[in-house]
Structures are given as C-alpha cells and as structure tokens.
Design a protein around this ligand. Structure first.
Ligand code: SF4
Length: 362
C-alpha cells in the first residue's frame, strides 16, 4: 500500500519505512506481538504489514477485551437474564457466544438485555426503575476497570449489581512470552491500557525475557515508529522498555485510576477464552464490595463453559499463532454478520478487523 494520502505525514511515513528496511536483519524472521485491538485495526487498516520487510511478522495477541471473555461468564450473564435481571452491557458483548446462548439469543427469547455506552448509563436506568433488578456486565481491561470502580465505590442503588469480567493485560503478555513455539522477539505494548498502568508493569519483559518492549500510540506513524524502535533495540542487542506514546502515557500511568482499581478490586487467577487460566489476571471485587457482586447476590453457578465452537480457531488467532484467514471458517461460515467465534464479534477482534478491512465487508 502506498502511504501517500492516508498518513498524517506521508513523507515521514516513507522515511521511517526506509529506515526500517535499512536496519532489519535479513537472516531471520522477527516476530513482533501487539496486544491491542486498536493496534490491529491501525496495522491492518493502514496496510502497515505491507510496508515492512517480508521477514517481519507482526502478530496480534489477546488485545480484544470482548474476545477473551470465557463462555462461562457469558453463561452467567445469560443465567442472570433468564432469572429476570435486566442485563446492561456494551454493544459488542451482545453477540459473544456462550456455551449455548449469547446475550442476543437470550434477548430474542424475551430477556431484558440493554446496550449501554457506560456504567453510568446502567446506574441511571437502575435509579429510574427502582422496582427492577439490574446487573452491569463489566467487561474490559485496565482502561474500563476504573469507571466500574468509581460507581462501585460510590455505593450504587440496591437494585444494581455487577458481573465483573475485567482482566489485566501484563499477565497475558507474560503467558505469551513463555510460549516457546511462539518465539516472540518483541512486544508493542498497548497505548490505552498504559495510560492507566504506566510503564512499570512491562519492565519484566526486557529484563526477564530479553524482549524489547515499546508502548505505542494508535496513529499509523506511532506504530511504524514503535517498530523502528524495536528493530533498533534488536540491532543493538540491548532489549529495553521504551515509550513511543509520550504524549499520553506517563511512567506512573494514572495514579488516581490505579488507586481506584486497587481500592475496589483484588487480582486473582482468571480464565481467558482460548487461553485457559492465567495467574493473577482477573479483577474481582474486594470483600467489602461483595454485596454488589451479581454472582453472589443471585447465587449463580454455571459449569466450565464451552469456549470453542466446532471448527473455530479463535484459541490460535488470539495468541497470534495463526492469522484469521488460516481459519477454515473465515468468511465462509464465520462472517461479521454471522460470527461463529468471539474474534469475529467485536470490532476489536482480529478476525473482525481482517474481515472488515482486508475482505472489505461493511
Ligand atoms: Fe474464530 Fe471465526 Fe476467526 Fe475462525 S474466523 S478463528 S471461527 S472468529
């Protein structure tokens, strides 16, 4: 793809691309992993892979917060909905498959499932309809966890509780770094999450695993420049943590947001769809806030859940082991209009990004 016209500064894009070409070692494949749905969108939409030398492989890790919600947690939301609780959730959670039903299926069967744009919308609904019971399905990484924490810490009304499905990113990166046959060479760390958590949680990757790690923003130039910074580290053989996104990410992140998260939540082992249980990766409500826990309030117990539909390769796409078009269902039985797997549901899901950009589905 020609960078002309689609980049904010096409000349700069060309110069960085040339520098990347110049310093890329020619004798091996270099695998760079990002863990952010928005990065995948930027990389795919702006054709960044096509600007890179053939031996640079940019892969997408588990950066879509909706794709990694395990079926068991969708089942819990469906169970709550079928018991008459009004479920409020972000729109892209609606079609994520549970073991048997998605929330959209439950809604079609008569359950009250409502799309909201923020937890605050759920709060307003609960206050407006005090005789109804509401639950907010809180999905997302460190970026959305603070808004859940704010409402929970301010004592929401009795008729609003929370089904918490928040996850934290660094433990998932740790898992990827340990997968031997993934053979990662570097990480592009997520910009949005880093505005909250800052830089420190990533120090482990260069220090323990020798993986250059660069926090990047979301403009195509940000991503290109982050790739150049990574290649420079690899050439110098000095892996370190660098911040390309200095206009938004500070070393300590957002201390207020971090404080709120640790006030309301504690970190426990958590299941990720397709990845199994990742140690210290799930936010759960601290003891003093368990009265707002939907699972406890309604005594919800579901089974293990079935994450993968037959033939679905989401468990491989989500760790970058395969690209979406290597799944036999891609754009055949699995499309954005009729998603089979979770990676095709959210606009941050890798398969959905590929379908909408590369295959040009509306
Ligand atoms: Fe899963 Fe569909 Fe992607 Fe295949 S194409 S990996 S079924 S989301």
């Amino acid at each position: 793809m020609n960078p002309k016209n689609i980049y904010r500064n096409p000349d700069l894009a060309k110069r960085i691309t040339r520098k990347i070409q110049d310093i890329t070692p020619k004798d091996k494949t270099i695998k760079i992993c990002h863990v952010c749905g928005t990065h995948e969108w930027t990389i795919t939409h702006y054709g960044i892979r096509s600007l890179l030398p053939k031996n640079i492989d940019v892969i997408a890790g588990p950066g879509c917060p909706v794709c990694i919600v395990p079926a068991s947690e969708i089942d819990e939301a469906v169970e709550l909905a079928t018991r008459g609780v009004t479920i409020t959730c972000f729109g892209d959670v609606l079609r994520v498959p549970g073991s048997k039903l998605s929330l959209l299926n439950a809604k079609a069967k008569g359950a009250d499932v409502r799309i909201v744009y923020s937890v605050n919308d759920a709060l307003k609904m609960a206050k407006k309809e005090p005789k109804k019971e509401f639950a907010f399905f809180a999905v997302g990484f460190e970026t959305t966890a603070p808004s859940s924490a704010v409402e929970i810490s301010q004592t929401p009304p009795d008729n609003l509780c929370f089904l918490i499905s928040h996850r934290v990113i660094p433990p998932a990166m740790d898992l990827l770094a340990k997968i031997e046959d993934l053979s990662l060479d570097a990480f592009i760390a997520p910009g949005h999450v880093s505005t909250i958590i800052g830089l420190r949680p990533y120090e482990v990757f260069p220090q323990k695993y020798g993986l250059p790690t660069v926090v990047a923003g979301f403009e195509p130039l940000d991503v290109l420049f982050a790739i150049y910074m990574i290649l420079k580290q690899l050439c110098e053989n000095k892996p370190r943590l660098e911040n390309e996104y200095t206009r938004a990410v500070h070393r300590d992140g957002n201390p207020k947001a971090r404080k709120l998260i640790s006030q309301v939540f504690e970190v426990k082992d958590g299941k990720w769809r397709g990845l199994g249980t990742i140690p210290s990766s799930k936010l759960t409500l601290k003891r003093q806030y368990t009265t707002f826990d939907a699972k406890q309030k309604y005594d919800i117990e579901v089974g293990e859940g079935i994450d993968n539909q037959p033939g679905c390769k989401c468990h491989l796409v989500v760790i970058g082991k395969i690209k979406p078009d290597e799944c036999p269902l891609f754009m055949k039985t699995c499309t954005p209009h009729h998603p089979v797997g979770a990676c095709m549901v959210s606009r941050e899901g890798t398969c959905s990004v590929w379908a909408k950009t590369i295959v040009n589905t509306p």
